[in-house]
Design a binder for this molecule. Sequence first.
Ligand code: ARG
Ligand code: ZN
Length: 466
Amino acid sequence: IPGLRRGAVLATVPVAVAALIGAAAPTATGVTGTEGAAGAGDPYFPLSGNGGYHVRHYGLTLGYDTSSRHLDGTAVLTARATQSLSRFDLDLSGLKVTGVTVDGTPAAFRRAGQELVVTPRHTLRSGGDFRVTVRYNGTPKPVTDPDGSTDGWTPTDDGAFVASEPQGAMTWFPANSHPTDKSSYDITITVPQGRTAVANGVLLGQRTAHGRTTFRWREAQPMAAYLATATVGKFQVQQFTTRDGIRVYNAVDAREAQAAAPVLKQLPSVLAWESKLFGPYPFRSAGSIVDHAPGVGYALETQTRPVYDSAPDLSTLVHENAHQWFGDSVSLTAWKDIWLNEGFATYAEWLYAEQHGGDSAQKAFDALYARPASDPLWAYPPGDPGNGKNIFGTPVYARGAMTLHELRGAVGDRDFFRILRAWAAAHRGGHGTTAQFERLAEQISGKRLDGLFHTWLFAKGKPKNA
Ligand code: ARG
Ligand code: ZN
C-alpha cells in the first residue's frame, strides 16, 4: 500500500491487510490502537526517533562503575501520546533491559536492532499522558556513524566522554532520539568517589556516601536527546555566576588544564559578545567539560555545557557556544538542515575573529572561494548534503558560513544581524527549517533572496557569481 506509513490511522484498511503491514487489528475490548512508527521520518536516520508520542521529561538515574565500565540505569519518561497507541518504540542500542512498566503496570517489550518495542497492557489514548519506566544495564558502546566517526557513550581511561550527535543518545538511555522531540531532563549519576559526573543544566546537589558520589543535574529547558551528556572523569571543577546571572560550571581533566585555562577564562566574555550579537543567552546555565578523550576527534555543543575531547582553542569555544543559540535553542527539524547549526556556528567564529583583531569574514570567505572547483568544499551543496554521511563535512560548515556571508553582503550589516537575532528569538526553545529562515530573511530585508539561497545552499558545484 504505497504512501501508508506505520503509525497512520488505518480506519479504512481491512483487518487482514492491516495485520500484513504491521498495524493493529481491533483488540478484544473493541478499542482500535495503532502502533507508533519506528522512526521520526528522517530520511538520513530513518530509525532515529519514534512516532506516536512526545517525551515531555526524562528522569535518568544512572550508576557508572568506571573500572568495570558497567552502566546501570533507570529511565522514567513522561510522555504524551499523539495518537492512539497500542505499541510504541524507544531507541536503545546495546544494553540489557530488565523491565519496562507503563503507568506502573508491567509492559511487554522486545528488542529489534536499535528499537525497544513496548506493548503496554492497555492501548494508550491519543492526547493522554503516560509514564514509561525502563530498567536497564550493561556496558555501553558508542555507535558508528555513516561517516565512520563514532558517537554516544565513549569510555575513557578515567570515566566516559558522552557526546551523542547525531544518534548516540540510544547508547546510554532509551530515547525518542530525534531533534524534533525536545524534553526537560533530570540526570542523576552515581560514580566512584573522586570522579565527577557532569550533565546539562544546573547541579542541584552532590552527595558522597560509601565511597560513591551522586550528582543531581537538571535541565529544565527543552533539549534534544543528542545534546544530553553525562560525562564522567577526574575533573577539576570551577563554579561561578556571570554578571548576567548565568551559572557557570567548568569541569577540566588535569591533563588539559594548563592549555584550557586561558581559553575557559574567556567564556563569560564570549557569551556576553554572542548575546550582544544573537540576543539573550537562551539558557540559565553554561560552562565547559574539557575531557581527555584521544580518538574522539570532535567537540559537541551539549546543551548549556559543551564537551571537548581536549583543551579547545578560542575559536572552538566560540563555535560550540554559538550552537547554544543555533542548534540547541533553535533545533533542527531534519538532519538535512544541519547547515542551520554548523554554518551558523562557523560564521560565529568568523565574526569573532573579525571583531577581535583577527581576519575579516570577507578574508575567510575569499580564501575559501579561491579553492578550485575540484576541491571537496564544493562536493555537495550544504542545504542538501544528501545523506547522513555528509552532515559534518566541509561544505556544511564552510559553504554554510559562506552562505551567511553572502546574505550579509546582500542585505547589509544592520538587517543581517537583525535576521540572526530574529531567528534566535522567533524559534527560541523550538525548531526551525531552512525555508523558514529564508522567509524570515526576506521579510526583514524586504529583498528577494531565493536566487542567493538557491545558489549557495542548493546548487551543485562551485557557485560562479560570488
Ligand atoms: N556538532 C559538532 C560540532 O560542533 C560536531 C559533532 C560531530 N559528530 C560526529 N559524530 N562526528 O561541530
Ligand atoms: Zn558545530
